[in-house]
Design a protein around this ligand. Sequence first.
Ligand code: NAD
Length: 421
Amino acid sequence: MQRVKYAAVGCSGMGRRHLHGYAKLRDSGHGNIELAAVCDLDASLANALADEAGSLTGSRPPAFTSVAEMVASVPGLEAADITTDAGSHLSVSRACLGAGLHVLCEKPLGLTVAECREIIEAGRTAGRIVSVAENFRRDPMNRLVKALIDDGAIGAPRLMREESIGGTDLIVTAPWRHFKHTGTVIVDSGVHNADIIRFYLGEIVSVYGESRLHEPLRRPQPQVDAAAAQRDSWWGARSQLPAITKATGEDAIYAQIRFASGAICQWVLDRAGHGLPRDERVIYGAKGSIAAPGDRNGRPVVLHLDGGLSITDERILDFAPSYRLNPVAATLFGDARPWRYDFGFNDVDQKLLALQLHELADCIRQGTAPEVTGAEAMADVALAYAPVESGRLGRAVTMDEILNGSASPYQDEIAALRRSA
Ligand SMILES: NC(=O)c1ccc[n+]([C@@H]2O[C@H](COP(=O)([O-])OP(=O)(O)OC[C@H]3O[C@@H](n4cnc5c(N)ncnc54)[C@H](O)[C@@H]3O)[C@@H](O)[C@H]2O)c1
């Protein structure tokens, strides 16, 4: 089948990571997509990505600074892989969909639920796919946890605890993640947790929560450890960041979530935590509990059963008969039913990004829907804002209210700021 020609729109850190995901897919023998152009408002970044693509694949795509010019110049383009900053997803998606391209957009799909809805509508009008690059759920360990829950390993789920605390007063990668009108860290980072919470436990009825802006003055990371340095190398020199960023967007949410099943999730996302950093993801059910290892680290999932029995090795697979990766994931991770894996962060990251690109091309050719549709990603954005809206209103909010925009004081402030920006 003919490969789908796509353009990489956004050539900064995440654009580079996607490029390496593309190269990983080509090398896997499952390549079904071909990079035909790159685009960034910043010509030097666009050219640098084109050069990097040239050395990785042997073929240098043309570089552009506008989507319109790119579409007019490159014949046969079918799709765009959008890795621009969160605040530009609406305008860039509209431009791409309006030009007849299918879209794979980085998370969060839109900066607010209303913006997500506009993108979904633009896709519907254009008759094109809107897929969202939500990579955490594609981690084999998260697939395994989901299968354990669905296959009844812990009985009916009762409680999930999702906790991520740390960050102090340091800038999270780039200043835009600290401004209310360009994508606060609670939505930029929070949609990942929101997606995992929804992926594991399904439909949500209501949320009670609070949010805070704890650290209004953010500073660049000084010295980083080797692992962080490796991750951050994608974004270039930290010395380019301003000495102080005056944050305007919330940096912490504390929530209690009620699912349609009756289960509860307690969710803490605190990107201003000091002292003891914490990352915990546990699901308790009527028969046992699952300690999930987190994302992109390949550590084993642990199943705890009554009587002190803990399953920490491959016997866990017996409790998840439905667990099976798709053939592309099985190739990339070397097994259709891995119970752990041992790859470095960048390698895992690229495998997951490869899967997203493969799925997009497959959906285009087969006429099928992606796993994370616009609607699915909009529900993630809604869940990330629900604790903030609840805190503003001083009451629990229903997901219906968040999704239909009738409980949106915080997002209304964002919309007003964006109109006046
Ligand atoms: N899934 C993950 O693990 C993960 C990690 C980091 C970032 N992300 C997501 O990736 C996206 C990009 O993040 P980043 O850190 O690379 O952002 P960034 O700010 O470093 O880069 C964004 C790039 O988009 C370009 N851009 C903006 N508007 C444009 C337009 N109209 N046309 C062409 N180019 C345009 C900018 O010039 C810039 O180079 C965000 O949505 C972020 O949430 C995801």
